[in-house]
Design a protein around this ligand. Structure first.
Ligand code: SF4
Ligand code: SF4
Length: 77
């Protein structure tokens, strides 16, 4: 039996109902200096590919539909 690793929470959440990557948007991917976001070509949605984040926010600011939410850790606020 294998147990899949499911992280409790990722720093960045993408609301798949709002994401328009399937219409060609790559704004969040393009704006991330760490390159941790990517587009899932099968789903046509953005997702967090690597669990790493500087909490610099351009991904959230640049998303035209407000699909990106960066969960800034309490201690950094
Ligand atoms: S907050 Fe910054 S580092 Fe984190 S995913 Fe967004 S653009 Fe990338
Ligand atoms: S910027 Fe917003 S709409 Fe565009 S790919 Fe990223 S999450 Fe989706």
């Amino acid at each position: 039996m294998t147990t899949a690793y499911i992280p409790a929470s990722l720093p960045v959440r993408i609301d798949e109902d709002l994401c328009i990557a399937n219409k060609g948007c790559t704004a969040c991917v393009d704006s991330c200096p760490l390159d941790v976001l990517a587009i899932d070509m099968i789903k046509g949605k953005a997702y967090m590919k690597f669990d790493e984040c500087w909490y610099c926010m351009p991904c959230e600011k640049d998303c035209p539909t407000g699909a990106v939410t960066v969960d800034i850790p309490y201690l950094l606020r």
